[in-house]
Write a protein of this length. Structure first.
Length: 284
């Protein structure tokens, strides 16, 4: 082959290289999209931390107001409950109630806002499976619940001499209860079409179950039928086990309470997982 032929071959090869499309870079994801999980979880946590005055500190003030009102109003008449000073009996219940309400509010508000603003598609389009989405939202809400509980406990210690009787029960019920209400808020947020629906769940489900769970009283004082009904309230087992970690006394079976918390969390996790898999009220 002469020099002219070689030059033509080199020119043809160079021309083909210039016209060939670039090879796209595909990031390997693996079985779990760890980057996506961390990004969505961090986004949800930063969402409530940016308004920490409203999302973390405001519940502390509300809880301390409850403590002051009930202590001043009932402290003189009810000096003790089951041989425990009333304010020490009341404190853990108020802390748990703050955790439950804020864990629910975090996930429910996040999902409803995304649906109302129309940016829920930004969550559904990335390569994340339903289990990863459920994990991120649920544990971000649980993080807010536990954080509110920790800050509220520290603030309450300045007024109430709380003692730690069993740290394991405190941590388990704080995490389990926060996760349960976070999952319930996730399910409620997916189901809801507007904020009025979430307000209805809060006012007709969350608040009644919280107030009727032994937060402000021992269920031993309830008459027979009401005492039995209280044991069908899952909030009772969460508050009772959490309170046991502080005062060393429980109104119900502790092992049954642990089983109830685990079972309900598994059931709620399955429902939330199914909602993401089916695209219920999110892909229509």
């Amino acid at each position: 082959m002469d020099d002219t032929g070689k030059a033509e071959d080199r020119a043809a090869a160079l021309s083909s290289d210039r016209t060939a499309p670039p090879t796209p870079f595909v990031r390997p994801i693996g079985r779990v999209n760890w980057l996506g999980v961390w990004t969505l979880y961090a986004k949800e946590v930063q969402r409530f931390l940016k308004v920490y005055l409203q999302s973390v500190l405001a519940p502390v003030v509300t809880t301390l107001l409850f403590l002051a009102i009930f202590t001043l109003a009932l402290g003189g008449a009810v000096r003790s409950v089951a041989n425990v000073p009333f304010e020490i009996f009341l404190g853990p219940g108020l802390i748990m109630m703050a955790m439950l309400q804020n864990a629910f509010a975090n996930t429910s508000s996040s999902i409803v806002i995304s649906k109302v603003q129309g940016n829920i598609v930004d969550v559904l389009m990335p390569p994340m499976n339903p289990g990863e989405l459920t994990f991120c939202y649920a544990f971000a809400g649980a993080t807010r619940g536990v954080m509110v509980g920790a800050v509220t406990s520290l603030a309450m210690w300045a007024f109430v001499p709380l003692q730690i009787h069993h740290l394991g029960f405190i941590l388990f019920h704080a995490a389990g209860a926060s996760l349960m209400l976070s999952l319930l808020g996730l399910i409620g947020g997916i189901w809801a079409d507007k904020f009025d629906h979430i307000s209805a769940v809060t006012n007709f489900v969350i608040l009644p179950l919280s107030f009727l769970s032994g937060t402000f009283y021992s269920i031993e004082r309830l008459p027979g039928a009401w005492n039995i009904a209280a044991h069908f309230n899952p909030f009772f087992f969460m508050i009772d086990g959490f309170r046991y970690g502080f005062i060393g006394r429980a109104d119900g079976p502790l092992l049954l309470g642990i089983a109830v918390v685990i079972t309900i969390n598994l059931a709620l996790w399955w429902v939330a997982l199914w909602m993401f898999k089916s695209g219920y009220k999110m892909k229509s």
